[in-house]
Design a protein around this ligand. Structure first.
Ligand SMILES: C[S@@+](CC[C@H](N)C(=O)[O-])C[C@H]1O[C@@H](n2cnc3c(N)ncnc32)[C@H](O)[C@@H]1O
Length: 388
């Protein structure tokens, strides 16, 4: 530790270190004391935990809670050293090297076994160890299509316990209400993020927050890995050496299908399904319309701006102009709106209705089936009303 401090100090960063012996009850006094000395950043390295008494998370959690009373001091928490696989391996190596007596050997083996068992227990508790044991700080979380009920239990748990949230424009306000009041928030959607700032800035922000905070939730509409640039964010985290966890979300095509009771496949008439984006028409990567035209059901994301070109290209590549199609704006939200017609008419009808982003387009015979079943339901409901 002295060598680390010396190395950092040589780089003109005044660094101090201190050991705190155990005792969680001493922490508040120590933190208050630190704050009065003008300290701005604290890195806590929990040492060995008392095996059998502590879980991996409880001491770090107690420390983080203590620092909440001193917002002027930024705190970063490392994983307890006692849980580091290297430490276990070192212990095992030393045991082998020293060729200890049978009595000593068995004691050392007991130690190593206990550490591994505690690691396993912590992983079972789901403490953010899905990717790399112990050190996940950034979680890419799917917020679903808009209905706050359409998120995973894990997503809710992470949102409610994060200390930093980076979120997109399409995230439901009800989910934002779960975020702890003290958590730092960054909106990186179009409105909050400002013009001229792109994905590279977002990547930088995620990495910077990942280094500063213990639990960063990067909350993204739908699923993080479906047209959400989650791949680029994972790459940035990997380059920065920060492990990540991905928590899937309900992608908007599936949310919209559920909200409209629109089957995306049908036994006899729709056995292939593709999620595609029309966005590529703008940035130069033209979708393979020939291939897309042959898919039974197409769910088109971000296709609103290029809708006339998209529909015309599908028809030009052999999709009948009479193919049923629909556009769903704000699927699963109370303000959801739907336009249903043929592929040939879709762009015009969407424009007349004034649909705006976020809107998803579905093309295929499945739309006809939804219209048919909706008509059956309406007829049955109306008969039932007349009878009563
Ligand atoms: C940048 S992509 C994000 C997709 C997201 N990752 C997902 O899995 O749904 C944004 C596009 O998703 C679609 N979208 C997202 N939420 C939607 C919603 N509630 N209703 C309709 N379309 C939606 C729209 O096509 C929108 O332009």
């Amino acid at each position: 530790m002295q060598r680390v401090v010396a190395a950092l100090t040589r780089r003109d960063r005044p660094v101090q270190f201190c050991f705190v012996d155990q005792a969680a009850e001493r922490l508040p006094a120590l933190v208050a004391e630190l704050a009065t000395t003008g300290v701005t950043h604290v890195v806590v390295l929990p040492w060995l935990l008392q095996l059998g008494k502590h879980l991996r998370e409880d001491i770090p959690r107690a420390i983080a809670a203590t620092f909440l009373s001193t917002p002027e001091v930024a705190v970063a928490l490392a994983d307890p050293l006692g849980f580091d696989e290297t430490l276990v391996q070192l212990a095992e190596r030393r045991v082998a090297e020293a060729q200890l007596s049978v009595a000593k050997l068995s004691a050392a083996q007991v130690f190593a076994t206990k550490v591994s068992a505690a690691q396993h227990e912590s992983a079972q508790l789901g403490s953010g160890t899905a990717t790399t044991p112990g050190s996940v700080t950034v979680h890419l979380v799917g917020a679903g299509p808009g209905d706050p009920g359409m998120v995973t239990v894990r997503a809710r748990e992470l949102i409610a316990t994060c200390d930093c949230l980076i979120y997109d424009r399409l995230v439901a306000p009800e989910l934002l209400a779960l975020v702890p009041a003290k958590a730092e928030r960054h909106e990186v959607g179009k409105t909050g993020w400002g013009p001229g700032r792109g994905q590279a800035d977002i990547n930088q922000l995620i990495v910077a927050c990942g280094r500063r905070f213990r639990r960063v939730v990067r909350l993204k509409g739908g699923d993080p890995l479906v047209f959400g640039r989650g791949g680029e964010e994972l790459a940035a985290l990997a380059e920065a050496g920060l492990p990540a966890e991905v928590v899937p979300g309900v992608t908007s095509a599936l949310g919209a299908a559920a909200a409209l009771q629109l089957p995306l496949t049908l036994r006899r008439s729709a056995s292939t399904l593709a999620f595609a984006t029309g966005h590529g028409c703008v940035d130069g990567h033209v979708p393979d319309f020939k291939a897309l035209a042959g898919i039974d059901t197409l769910a088109l994301y971000m296709g609103l701006r290029q809708l006339p070109e998209l529909c015309a290209s599908l028809i030009a590549h052999g999709r009948p102009a009479t193919t049923p199609a629909c556009a769903i704006e704000w699927a699963t939200r109370p303000n959801q709106r739907v336009v249903e017609c043929t592929l040939a008419d879709l762009a015009q009808r969407v424009q007349e209705a004034g649909l705006a982003s976020p809107t998803l387009v579905v093309v295929g015979e499945v739309v006809r089936e939804r219209i048919r079943v909706a008509a059956v339901r309406a007829a049955v409901d109306s008969e039932a009303t007349q009878e009563t």
